[in-house]
Unconditional design. Structure first.
Length: 222
């Protein structure tokens, strides 16, 4: 956007584009930027609900997030808003750099939480093995924004399908090449979500995944 206000820009994944100034609104972007948002209605609440379904005794959830991010304060606020209806309390744990993991893990341990949620930022992604190992070692059910955390041993992930978003972004390119203006193309919110569960981790944690959750899973890692 700083480089051009004329060349069309299509977002494949963007968090809260209407709140951070990338577009004027989701329905009427109004500029040269449009595309896909990776934030959907009630997504934060759904993650907390999944934790409660799999581990009903969970009442306090540690959230690993980066306050220096443009969008993560918005994500944390959504979790705080959704938490009471689910019956859980959110414990904020800040991770601004990879050097903060030791202190963050100590904070999680001392706060006596029952589960953990790590937002899908670059710092957490780089430290996904550390995070997954810590959660498993401390017997904490955990949920993530990306399935690669589950591949690393995390319990589960629930997020929009990035593959679906990339495919849908191509339809924007097609429309723009055929003469449509980005300003007039509404930003789409995700419609396809993926639930991935690590069955081995669940077994180590002593959790029995309800059949209702297994039936909704897109993939179960054995």
């Amino acid at each position: 956007m700083e480089a051009t206000s004329a060349i069309p820009i299509v977002m494949t994944t963007s968090s809260y584009p209407e709140k951070i100034g990338l577009v004027k609104s989701l329905s009427r972007p109004g500029g040269n930027v449009t595309g896909l948002s990776n934030v959907g209605p009630e997504l934060s609440g759904k993650k907390l609900e999944l934790l409660k379904e799999i581990a009903p005794k969970v009442s306090r959830v540690a959230v690993l997030w980066n306050p220096a991010s443009t969008v993560e304060p918005l994500a944390l606020q959504e979790l705080l808003t959704a938490a009471p209806a689910v019956g859980v309390e959110i414990q904020s744990v800040e991770v601004r750099s990879p050097d903060d993991f030791s202190a963050a893990f100590a904070a999680v341990s001392s706060s006596r939480v029952h589960a953990m949620l790590a937002l899908g930022n670059p710092i957490n992604f780089k430290g996904r093995q550390l995070i997954a190992d810590f959660a498993l070692r401390n017997r904490l059910p955990s949920i993530y924004d990306e399935r690669l955390f589950v591949d690393a041993g995390g319990l589960m992930s629930y997020a929009p399908s990035f593959t679906d978003s990339f495919r849908r972004a191509a339809t924007y390119v097609d429309k723009i090449l055929k003469g449509a203006k980005p300003a007039d193309l509404p930003v789409e919110q995700p419609t396809k979500f993926e639930l991935v569960i690590n069955a081995r981790t669940a077994k180590i944690l002593g959790l029995t995944i309800p059949q209702s959750v297994l039936l909704r899973a897109d993939e179960i890692i054995q």
